[in-house]
Design a protein around this ligand. Structure first.
Ligand code: ZN
Length: 366
């Protein structure tokens, strides 16, 4: 352990409590500083120049860094202001949002069973007439959490007698949660030690790759439901590409800041791979009444991800005014927010696909 002399300065006396600011004189100092024997340790925030080399990633963010903090302190810094606070919370909130959506969707089958039981007590002929009017009513609207959507779906299922698998939908939800949670934990705990830092960044990149791969699953599965050879080809292709990306990301060298553009290129090429099945899907499902709304959501997703990547690579706006966006507004926070927005847009598009397949099965006539 490399302990160095630390200087304690009483910055100002406010009311009864004196706020003590500790800072280290040495660049490599360990932050085990005791300013007062009875006061709990408060680890100082450092400037970019005081950081150990492994933490020097963005030279345009100048202050409020944590470095070499004990695990417990790093964990509780969730509730403290530093330059990673918003990065942690943006993806933690995103994770909780997707967790809520997953639980709501997992509870759906029970709702379906209840509604089915209820509807069977009515005559089938009157049911069918009602079902079409309800279906038309719900066709153009997508509510993210609305379990009542099951009402028209259940009735329609009886006529098509085809139960559409849910697992690709949950694969996407699981992949999104894994990405958002690992990213959040990475930003929270990467200040602990060099080894954990390197491991967590690699985990973060793996999380992004997993999210991209799993995002393809429901779309490809539901669009090509009735053409299994395309299903297998596209799902196999994106999985192979994703596994290659993950294997590459696990290399410690490629997770350094030097390879930022390379990583972005790899992720973008995975995303762009989706253009082939997307164009194919448009041809296959051109007569799908939900085509326009699905395309609108997917365009929103693509725009969010591409804009986010642009911020990630260029490090705008902090490169224009170094030090101005240390706590709030820097590129990585914008990137995080756009990732959550893109994932939500994709979720909405996936719901459209799922409900369309639930309603029509493999019927091509709409
Ligand atoms: Zn991040």
């Amino acid at each position: 352990m490399n302990y160095t002399k630390t200087k304690c300065v009483v910055k100002r006396k406010a009311k009864d409590t004196d706020e003590t600011l500790c800072f280290s004189q040495s660049r490599m100092s360990h932050p085990h500083t005791h300013c007062h024997p009875n006061r709990p340790k408060r680890y100082p925030l450092l400037s970019f120049w005081e950081l150990p080399d492994y933490m020097k990633d963005n030279e345009y963010i100048l202050r409020y860094y944590r470095a070499n903090w004990p695990f417990k302190q790093a964990l509780f810094s969730l509730f403290r202001w530093h330059n990673e606070t918003i990065n942690v919370w943006t993806h933690l909130i995103g994770f909780l949002l997707f967790l809520g959506l997953t639980l709501a969707n997992l509870m759906k089958p029970r709702v379906v069973d209840l509604v089915e039981h209820f509807t069977r007590s009515f005559s089938l002929s009157s049911e069918k007439n009602v079902s079409h009017s309800i279906k038309d009513l719900f066709m153009g609207t997508t509510l993210l959490f609305d379990l009542n959507h099951q009402t028209p779906l259940t009735i329609e299922l009886e006529s098509t007698a085809l139960v559409i698998a849910r697992w690709p939908f949950f694969v996407f939800l699981g992949g999104s949660m894994f990405c958002l949670f690992s990213s959040s934990m990475c930003h929270l705990l990467c200040c602990h030690s060099r080894d954990l830092n390197l491991f967590l960044w690699r985990l973060d990149y793996v999380g992004i790759a997993v999210m991209i791969i799993t995002s393809f699953f429901p779309q490809i599965y539901y669009v090509f439901l009735c053409e299994p050879h395309w299903q297998i080809l596209y799902l196999g292709g994106i999985t192979a590409m994703g596994l290659f990306t993950i294997a590459t990301m696990l290399s410690p060298t490629l997770s350094t800041s030097k390879y930022r553009a390379f990583r972005a290129m790899l992720f973008c090429s995975m995303g762009l791979f989706g253009i082939v099945p997307a164009i194919h899907a448009c041809f296959v499902n051109w007569s799908n009444p939900r085509r326009n709304i699905t395309l609108a959501y997917e365009s929103g997703m693509a725009l969010s991800y591409l804009t986010g990547t642009l911020f990630y690579v260029t490090r705008i706006p902090e490169r224009w005014k170094p030090g101005w966006f240390d706590l709030a507004g820097h590129s990585h926070q914008i990137f995080h927010a756009l990732v959550v927005a893109g994932a939500l847009a994709h979720y909405a598009a996936t719901l459209q696909m799922l409900e369309w397949r639930d309603s029509y099965g493999c019927d091509t006539l709409q």
